[in-house]
Design a protein around this ligand. Structure first.
Ligand SMILES: Cc1cc2nc3c(=O)[nH]c(=O)nc-3n(C[C@H](O)[C@H](O)[C@H](O)COP(=O)(O)OP(=O)(O)OC[C@H]3O[C@@H](n4cnc5c(N)ncnc54)[C@H](O)[C@@H]3O)c2cc1C
Length: 403
């Protein structure tokens, strides 16, 4: 693994920490799981659970949480090194819905009883959460959401529909934005409700995405009865909690470690002559594009580090997560484009199939190109999920440029 520029800034303790994380991943993530990430396959629930358990036993289940709630007490640089090493070494992605999204909302805004019940379960990976925000007609314009929760005695009765609900088919809980009032500004009537996915009246229907995978769903609610105790914070304050949550979600999409791994893969492919008549290292146009994206990635890593320092000093401007999300996903998509180009005609077969398809005629090419088209196709969504990149640019323009 080549040394990146961040490494040159580290002191001996930080370098030792980075080595410790790397060794921990190598000892606890089976080679097969790592290889399947390179094949463009989403980690399976058992793979994620095994990794979550290893992290929990090590005290690393929630890198960014305060120690009083079970976080490891890492510095900003340690958090970043951890996340980079996970991407670089293809550790399974622990879904961010628990530790990165609803967890911080709960320890910041929830009641003592809710904290005591949910937080340990998130750390241990006992609950699998999904995010019920988007609806048909309420994506970018999230405040226009219509799913209603009507208070009857000590129960909310929920009716409506969510869409694009990632991993809802595996989830036992949903954190959900619901409309509890139609008075005043649309934002003012939104509340944040925790819903048990086994409650009668919930129907989950699959959406198959362009890469052929099933990660997305529609979720329908018909007279779903939810205890009023499952409301987080105050009724009508859901918009505030959602904005807090979306900041964490967007920062998590940056994916710098994973992009670094893709740069390494591209360099290996460029040096090989298994796919093209001459290695791509002799193609100046390709190599210039590779150099450009590597420079962009290095800039992103340093930007992330600067933002972590601002966060630690309480000096954020509110645009940091949008900048990281927008730049991070542009880099991911450019890398996927270059990988597809490097794979040439071998990009046409999917995942494991590509290795099998080319096993006889050109095994090295099949191995190099495996999974590239899946990653390329699913990656088209990166500029949409977590709030589209156009919306991120609007936020940056409004808050940072004052326009
Ligand atoms: C793979 C994937 C996973 C997802 N997972 C989840 C999930 O788990 N839970 C969940 O709640 N949601 C999820 N989403 C939904 C996601 O948050 C929305 O798709 C996103 O917010 C965009 O909303 P929309 O799809 O309704 O598009 P629209 O809001 O209809 O936008 C359509 C287009 O118009 C542009 N646009 C809209 N308004 C403006 C504007 N004001 N200025 C400039 N351009 C604008 C957008 O950028 C976009 O290009 C997921 C989406 C995807 C693709």
């Amino acid at each position: 693994m080549s040394q990146d520029l961040i490494d040159t800034l580290l002191d001996p303790q930080e370098r030792a920490f980075r080595q410790e994380v790397r060794a921990f991943i190598q000892d606890n993530v089976p080679d097969e799981t790592r290889r399947s990430a390179d094949l463009g396959r989403h980690a399976t629930k058992p793979e994620v659970r095994a990794w979550q358990t290893a992290l929990y036993n090590r005290g690393w289940a929630a890198p960014s949480w305060p120690t009083e709630f079970g976080g490891p007490g890492w510095s900003p640089i340690q958090q970043m090194l951890y996340s980079m090493e996970c991407g670089l070494n293809a550790a399974p992605r622990v879904p961010s819905f628990g530790t990165k999204m609803v967890g911080p909302v709960l320890y910041t805004f929830a009641s003592p009883d809710q904290k005591a019940f949910y937080l340990p379960r998130i750390l241990k990976g006992e609950d699998w959460w999904c995010q019920g925000f988007s609806e048909p007609g309420a994506g970018s314009d999230l405040a226009s959401l219509k799913t209603r929760a009507e208070l009857r005695g000590d129960t909310y009765v929920v009716n409506g529909q969510k869409i694009w609900t990632t991993k809802a088919q595996h989830a036992n809980r949903m954190f959900c934005l619901v409309r509890t009032s139609s008075e005043g500004r649309p934002q003012a009537g939104i509340s944040f409700l925790l819903i048990d996915m086994d409650t009668p009246g919930i129907e989950v229907r699959p959406i198959i995405s362009i890469d052929g995978s099933h990660t997305l769903n529609e979720v329908f609610f018909t007279d779903v009865r939810v205890p009023a105790d499952n409301l987080v914070g105050d009724p009508g304050k859901g918009w505030t909690y959602a904005k807090f949550l979306l900041g964490n979600e967007r920062s998590d999409i940056t994916g710098a470690g994973r992009s670094r791994r893709q740069i390494e893969r591209l360099k290996t492919m460029a040096a090989s002559n298994a796919i093209h008549d001459r290695p791509l290292t002799e193609n100046p146009t390709f190599m210039a594009a590779l150099a450009d994206v590597e420079a962009d990635l290095t800039a992103l890593e340093f930007t992330e580090l600067r933002f972590l320092a601002l966060h630690a000093r309480g000096e954020e401007r509110g645009t940091e997560a949008s900048i990281l999300k927008y730049r991070g996903t542009e880099i991911q998509q450019e890398l996927a484009r270059l990988l597809r180009e490097a794979a040439g005609a071998y990009a046409m077969a999917k995942g494991e199939e590509s290795e099998a398809a080319f096993a006889v005629s050109n095994p090295e090419a099949g191995h190099l190109a495996a999974g590239i088209v899946q990653e390329y196709l699913y990656g088209r969504a990166a500029s949409i999920y977590g709030g589209s990149n156009e919306i991120q640019k609007n936020i940056i323009a409004k808050l940072q440029l004052g326009s």
